[in-house]
Design a protein. Structure first.
Length: 135
């Protein structure tokens, strides 16, 4: 009868693994959101930097859309773009890692159920064999 009991235990283990897989996806989405927030913060910083450059250039009587003021604005955009691309890469990696963990938990759940099925079938054969030898 231990094989029959093992089947119930395995179902419980499989459900727990599926739950862990779902949780891994939620964690990954949380990480993705963090990276998205980081990207938004970078964009805000770029806009603030450009506004500061334009204001200072304008206050000094310099055209903010040409010369060194424009060069500073382009430099800020370039640095910001690099940070945004890095944050997007982080999003992709976090999402992929979460999906991979969820898939791994799903495969473990299937393997656990198959093992339990094999144990149950083995126990049933064992019971049948004992019944046949007794009777």
């Amino acid at each position: 009868m231990s094989g029959l009991f093992a089947g119930n235990v395995a179902k419980t283990e499989a459900k727990a693994l599926v739950t862990q897989g779902a949780y891994a996806k939620v964690q990954a989405r949380s990480e993705v959101l963090k990276y998205k927030q980081q990207g938004v913060a970078v964009m805000d910083n770029i806009l603030a930097t450009q506004a500061t450059i334009n204001a200072r250039a304008g206050a000094g009587g310099i055209d903010p859309l040409s010369g060194s003021a424009r060069a500073l604005a382009l430099y800020a955009q370039k640095k910001g773009a690099t940070e945004i691309y890095n944050s997007r890469d982080g999003e992709i990696i976090a999402f992929g890692a979460g999906e991979a963990r969820a898939m791994q938990y799903g495969l473990q759940a299937k393997a656990t159920l198959k093992r339990a099925q094999a144990e149950t079938v083995g126990t049933l054969f064992e019971i049948g064999f004992k019944a046949a030898t007794l009777g």
